[in-house]
Design a protein around this ligand. Structure first.
Ligand SMILES: Cc1ncc(COP(=O)(O)O)c(C=O)c1O
Length: 418
């Protein structure tokens, strides 16, 4: 199989990971530590935002995907408190962790003090800067949390970032620096800028372990919402939209560590920006960009508009991931409309990519995977990760719905995959 040839056909495609291992043993120490840290941050979150926990409901779908066998759930990170996207799981964690570290280092608080005290130290934190590169939602998360603690915040935005996300950040006092280039360029420039200032800290979406372990708490969150009868015969099939790979990677790692062979995890990427698929399938990691094989990296799924994957995530996922599928922009638009019309759920286009997994399991590759794993489709519990959307302004959302409705009227078979 020539992966570049497959991907440049620009058709929905399911890649099954040949390196997935059935005997993988994952280390849970970092995950458990992150969970403990999240628990410690609860009082500070309560003080700042009136909520101690950053988690979302698990909703049982009543109409969408119900024509497929199995049970269908939506993990609603679209309504995650404060920042309304999956990126808050890692982004908030890293900012809170960093704030606590500086405060301890500078003797502002001691280890015995509650971190709640940090909620009223804006003057202290105003001497420090946070930098982040973002396609939008990570920037929003770092910006909202960083500014509420009092940090100076600089968000380096790629050309794909949506205007309303930049506006919201500016209104909270963050500085938005815009680049003509794609996300990888914004990361490089952000790293460089942060390196010039001794009191600046760069939140590195491609390389940060703190982000990764921050995301991983979602594994425990989901476990707490699921019945305890998940087994190899009645497994979980989880699908998560993927950009650079950090958020889905951290969650996939945790779910695999918790459920082992009882979970099958798939990522979903845009047809024009399958960065992690290309990096993993070629085993070149960050050494290859989608532009190198003639794809554009352009998609209306702004959160997934990434040309080069996280090397770290590609390595971590090598034996963990079951596969990755690619989705057209039109299918995302149609699914955005359908989710709202049928289930009353507001998602942004990126967030809809995960909701298509059961369609891909009907393909030849999907069926072969089920057979190899010995799974009957009617026994599957699908969990589609709906990764963002609550903060999309109403006017923009209505416009997007109109476009999605039109796609569905013109192409009622849009979700079918050969
Ligand atoms: C809504 C949404 N979903 C999924 C992702 C993918 O996360 P990652 O880039 O960590 O793979 C993003 C990234 O910004 C996003 O905004």
């Amino acid at each position: 199989m020539n992966i570049a040839l497959e991907l440049t056909q620009r058709k929905p495609y399911l890649w099954i990971n040949p390196s997935k291992s059935d005997s993988i043993r994952l280390d849970m120490v970092n995950m458990l530590q992150a969970k403990e840290d999240w628990d410690a941050f609860a009082s500070l979150l309560q003080e700042l935002f009136g909520t101690p926990v950053i988690d979302s409901p698990l909703k049982s779908l009543s109409r969408v995907q119900m024509h497929h066998r199995g049970k269908h759930f939506l993990k609603e990170d679209a309504v995650l408190p404060v920042a309304g996207s999956i990126k808050a799981r890692g982004g908030f964690f890293e900012v809170l962790y960093h704030a606590r570290e500086i405060a301890l280092h500078e003797g502002l608080v001691s280890r015995e003090d509650s971190v709640r005290l940090l909620a009223s130290q804006q003057e202290f934190f105003s001497k420090y800067a946070l930098h982040v590169a973002s396609t939008g939602n990570l920037g929003l998360s770092i910006g909202l949390m960083g500014r509420s603690l009092g940090f100076q915040v600089f968000v380096h935005m790629s050309s794909d970032a949506k205007e309303w996300k930049k506006e919201r950040l500016r209104s909270r006092g963050a500085e938005v620096i815009e680049y003509d280039g794609d996300y990888s360029e914004a990361v490089i420039r952000g790293r460089e800028e942060a390196a010039k200032d001794a009191k600046a800290y760069f939140v590195d979406d491609e390389r940060s372990l703190r982000l990764f372990w921050g995301y991983s708490k979602a594994g425990y969150d989901l476990q707490a919402q699921l019945p305890d009868d998940i087994s190899q015969e009645r497994p979980l099939f989880v699908s998560i939209p993927c950009g650079v790979g950090g958020a889905p990677g951290g969650i996939a790692y945790a779910l695999k560590a918790i459920y082992g062979n009882r979970v099958h995890i798939f990522f979903a990427e845009p047809i024009e920006a399958p960065a992690v698929l290309l990096g993993m399938a070629t085993e070149k990691g960050e050494g290859i960009r989608v532009q190198d094989i003639g794809l554009t990296g352009k998609t209306l799924a702004d959160g997934l508009a990434v040309g080069k994957p996280s090397e770290f995530v590609c390595r971590q996922m090598k034996e963990v991931l079951s596969g990755i599928y690619t989705v057209s922009d039109e299918a995302l638009q149609a699914m955005q409309y359908l989710l709202y019309k049928e289930e009353g759920i507001k998602c942004e286009p990126s967030a809809c990519a995960g909701v298509l997994l059961s369609d891909y399991m009907q393909t030849e590759e999907g069926r072969a995977y089920l057979q190899k794993e010995g799974v009957q489709e009617e026994n599957i519990r699908y969990v589609y990760w709906a990764t963002g959307g609550a903060l999309v302004p109403e006017e923009i959302f209505s416009q997007q719905l109109e476009e999605g409705k039109k796609v569905l009227q013109e192409r009622p078979d849009i979700f079918e995959v050969d």
